[in-house]
Design a protein around this ligand. Sequence first.
Ligand SMILES: [Fe+2]
Ligand SMILES: [Fe+2]
Length: 264
Amino acid sequence: MKITLLVNHVEKRGFQAEFGLSLLLDYRNGKYLFDTGAGAALAPNLARLGIAPKSIKRVILSHGHCDHTGGLAELSPQAIYACQGVTMPHFSRHDDGKIHLLTMPERSKNVLKECKFHNVSAFQEIGKGIFLTGPIPRTTAEDCGGDFYHDAACTIKDEIPEETALLTAGGILVTGCCHAGILNTLFLCEKIHPEIKIHTIVGGLHLRHASPARLNLTAAYLRRIKLRRCALLHCTGDEAIAFLKRSLPACKFVDLSLGETICF
Ligand SMILES: [Fe+2]
Ligand SMILES: [Fe+2]
């Protein structure tokens, strides 16, 4: 498996940074784009790497938030893998009380209408040895945090039910924002595929506002599964990453920068 970071917020000379996530996955010669960023960074970063947007035929959308789906407008894939509801309205309320629209942009929705939509309704294998979790139930007491709603008036609570993560048969877990919680995500994978021992996590863990209790629980579980390596990106949060680094001395933390590829 090769993973190339195409969109993230950490600046790097020659690349466009933005708050969002996009990863190009190359697995057993099958290429998948996992998320597309917010919209401004994907095209210039692909150009910088000499990757033609037209060469991206398969796109996985981890969830509908615009920082993961905005770049879809720059692509013309043949197939999109996502859970039903990926286009539903999403809003968030920040600490200052401001409401932010997070729904997939219309231009991206138009691209979605043009290609084959694979509804990931449940855990499934989409290519040899590559699985999507489908909707991730919040089965543990993990405090997933986040002030998310389906309406601008903030009356309908949003648990981002369409969120999916990706698992390989070789034990690599790829996450978008992990709004459902990394523990819930790991538990689902272990329940469906107990034979796959997850040793690597790549993506966002949405731990920016996590309580010390949640961080402790997360670290304890990652120690228990003997996590060997991770590249924590996007919404994980610098403080959470620093905490996990201190708490998981046996785990290698890869600082994946824009345009860089890691091989497993
Ligand atoms: Fe995000
Ligand atoms: Fe998100």
